[in-house]
Design a protein around this ligand. Structure first.
Ligand SMILES: *Cc1c(COP(=O)(O)O)cnc(C)c1O
Length: 538
C-alpha cells in the first residue's frame, strides 16, 4: 500500500491533491467572489450612464494592442481573489460600454439587468440543452418560447417547431440545409451528388439555386458555401431605392434561371429588416412566387422580426405573410436587447427538421422528440439561450416588447425630423419605407446644400458624378475617424446601394436618449464643416 493512500496505488497521485478548482466549498467561494464581481458590474453600468463617459476605451486598436497584454500564468497563489478581480476590472476598463446608450454602431445594444441575471442563472445551472433530461426547465423554456414565437408569426396551421441557434447566421445556415434536404430527399444520404443525379434524371438543370436580395445578409452566401452549393448558386435579386426586394425582378430571375438551364431554384430568402437600410421585403408577394416556383421560403428576420410585436399596424403588418414561410430566423439578441447570443430558427412544419436528426443511442433515449432538441440541428451540446428570452418575456410581456419596439420607431422618426432641419449641413441618405431603425446620413459641403434634398428631405435621385461621390465618401470617412477618436459615439459607415457612396449609418436603439442622437448629428455637422474647411485650405 502506498502511504499516501492513492486508490490505484499509483505513487504519482497524492491523496492530498485536491483540484485547485475546489480548495474550498463552492458556496464559500461564491459568497466571497460573486458580490465583488457584481459590484464591478454595477460600476461598469453606472460609469456608462454618466453623461460624459466614453463609449470606447480606445481610439485605435493598435494602441490598445500595445497597451494591454493578458497573462497566462504557470503557477499562481491559491485562491487569489486579487488577481481575479484585477482581471475582471481590466475587462471592464477596456471594453466598449454599451450602457452609455451611445453605442449605435451595430444591431445590438446593452442588455437589461434582467439579461445579466439570466446569464448568471444559466451559468449556475450549467445545463446542456441537448436533451431535456439534462436541462428540464431550460428545454421547457425553449419549447415555450418557440411556441410563443410561432404563434406571433402565424405558424399555427401545422405542428410548428423550432429551436435556439447560436446566432442568426447559424440559423440561416440550418434553414438552407433543412430546405435542401426537404426539397431534395436524396440530399441527406447522397449529398449534392445525389441531388444533381435526381435533377438530371428529371431533365432539370443540375444546380440547386438560392434566391435572395442584393441587400441580404452575407450569412446567406456563407450558408451556400457550407451547404456545398457554392457562392455561384446564390442569385442576388435587385432591390428598389428603399432596399426592398423587387418581386417582379425575383419572378423574372427565377424564370430566366429555369429557361436558360442555369439551375433549379429551391429556396427564396426574404429579408425582414435589412442590415444597412432596415428594409422589409414584401412577404405576401414573395410567398406567392415561392409557391408558384415550388421553392422553400425562408424569412431572415434576424434584425426586423420583433416588429411583429409593434402596436402600430403599419409596422406589425410588415410581417404579414410570415405564416406562409417555411422557416424564419429571429434574433432576440438584437432589437429585444437579450444578451448575446439568443437566436431562433422556426419551421412551419416540425417534420422538416427531422432531416437533420440522427439516432445517437448514447444520448437520445426518449421517443418524444420534444425531449431531444439536439436532434434538430447539426450541433450537439447547446447553451440554454432560450432561458434569457423567457425571462425577458416574464419580465416585460409581449405587449412590453411591442412598446419597446415602438419607442425605437418614435425616436427614429424624431431623429429624421431633426436631420431634415439641417439641410445645409447634413445630407440624409435613402430611408427604408416605412422608416425603420437605421438612419444613414453624411456631412454636406455648405455650397452644395439644399439643392440635393427634395421637399420631404429624401435625397433626390439626381446622379452625382463619380468624383462627387468620392468627395462625399471621403468626408464621411473623415467624420467616422474623428468620431472614433473622440470616443463619445460609436457609429458605423457603409456604402449605400446604387453607387451613391459612403454614409454614416446609425442604429437607433429603443433605449437611446434623444439628446444623445441630436448631439451626434450636431457633431457630424461640425466635423463635416471642419473637413470642408481643411479641404479648401489644402
Ligand atoms: C445580424 C443579422 C444576421 C446574422 O445574425 P448573427 O446573430 O450575427 O449571426 C443575419 N441576417 C440579418 C438580416 C442580420 O441583421
Amino acid at each position: 500500500m502506498t502511504v499516501n493512500g492513492s486508490a490505484h496505488g499509483n505513487g504519482h497521485v497524492a491523496s492530498s491533491s485536491r483540484s485547485p478548482l475546489q480548495l474550498e466549498p463552492s458556496s464559500t467561494e461564491a459568497a466571497r467572489v460573486l458580490p465583488q464581481v457584481l459590484e464591478l458590474v454595477q460600476g461598469f453600468i453606472a460609469s456608462g450612464e454618466e453623461p460624459e463617459s466614453y463609449v470606447a476605451p480606445w481610439g485605435s486598436i493598435p494602441n490598445f494592442r500595445k497597451a494591454i497584454s493578458l497573462s497566462l500564468p504557470d503557477t499562481v497563489p491559491q485562491n487569489n481573489d486579487d488577481a481575479l478581480l484585477e482581471a475582471v476590472k481590466l475587462v471592464f476598463d477596456n471594453s466598449v460600454n454599451p450602457w452609455t446608450g451611445r453605442f449605435l454602431d451595430k444591431l445590438y445594444a446593452a442588455p437589461t439587468p434582467v439579461g445579466i441575471a439570466a446569464d448568471l442563472v444559466l451559468s449556475a445551472v450549467n445545463a446542456n440543452a441537448h436533451v431535456m433530461s439534462a436541462s428540464p426547465v431550460l428545454s421547457l423554456a425553449e419549447e415555450r418560447c418557440v411556441e410563443g414565437l410561432c404563434e406571433v408569426f402565424g405558424f399555427t396551421e401545422k405542428k410548428a417547431d423550432g429551436l435556439t441557434m447560436p446566432g442568426g447566421s447559424s440559423a440561416n445556415t440550418l434553414a438552407v440545409q433543412t430546405a435542401l434536404a426537404n426539397i431534395f430527399p436524396r440530399f441527406r444520404a447522397q449529398g449534392l451528388l445525389g441531388v444533381m443525379q435526381q435533377l438530371i434524371e428529371e431533365k432539370r438543370a443540375p444546380r440547386p439555386l438560392l434566391f435572395t436580395s442584393s441587400q441580404c445578409h452575407y450569412s446567406l452566401d456563407k450558408a451556400a458555401i457550407s451547404a456545398g452549393l457554392g457562392l455561384d448558386s446564390v442569385i442576388k435579386v435587385d432591390c428598389d431605392a428603399t432596399g426592398r426586394m423587387d418581386p417582379n425582378a425575383l419572378d423574372a430571375a427565377l424564370t430566366a434561371a429555369k429557361e436558360s438551364g442555369a439551375g433549379t431554384p429551391f429556396l427564396i430568402n426574404a429579408t425582414s429588416g435589412t442590415t444597412v437600410l432596415g428594409s422589409f421585403d414584401p412577404l405576401p408577394e414573395l410567398a406567392a412566387i415561392a409557391r408558384r416556383h415550388h421553392c422553400w421560403l425562408h424569412i431572415d428576420a434576424s434584425w426586423g422580426g420583433p416588429i411583429v410585436f409593434s402596436h402600430i399596424a403599419t409596422y406589425s403588418d410588415l410581417m404579414k405573410g410570415s405564416s406562409m414561410a417555411d422557416s424564419i430566423t429571429i434574433n432576440p439578441h438584437k432589437l429585444l436587447n437579450v444578451p448575446l447570443q439568443c437566436s431562433f430558427l422556426l419551421v412551419r412544419d416540425a417534420d422538416t427538421l427531422s432531416a437533420n436528426s440522427l439516432d445517437a443511442g448514447y444520448l437520445f433515449h426518449s421517443s418524444d422528440r420534444r425531449e431531444n432538441a439536439a436532434m434538430k440541428t447539426m450541433g450537439c451540446g447547446r447553451r440554454g439561450d432560450a432561458l434569457k428570452f423567457w425571462l425577458y418575456w416574464v419580465r416585460y410581456g409581449k405587449h412590453g416588447f411591442g412598446h419597446h419596439v415602438d419607442a425605437g420607431l418614435h425616436l427614429a422618426s424624431e431623429l429624421v425630423d431633426y436631420i431634415r432641419s439641417k439641410p445645409d449641413q447634413i445630407e440624409l441618405g435613402p430611408l427604408a419605407d416605412p422608416l425603420f431603425l437605421q438612419i444613414c446620413f453624411r456631412p454636406l459641403q455648405p455650397a452644395n446644400g439644399v439643392s440635393d434634398v427634395s421637399q420631404n428631405g429624401n435625397v433626390v435621385a439626381k446622379q452625382l458624378s463619380g468624383a462627387e461621390v468620392k468627395r462625399r465618401s471621403a468626408a464621411t470617412q473623415f467624420v467616422y475617424q474623428e468620431l472614433k477618436t473622440r470616443r463619445m459615439f460609436a457609429v458605423d459607415f457603409a456604402p449605400l446601394p446604387n453607387g451613391i457612396g459612403d454614409y454614416i449609418r446609425l442604429v437607433v436603439h429603443p433605449r437611446t436618449r434623444m439628446e444623445d442622437l441630436k448631439m451626434l448629428v450636431d457633431q457630424v455637422a461640425e466635423i463635416g464643416q471642419l473637413y470642408w474647411q481643411q479641404q479648401q485650405q489644402a
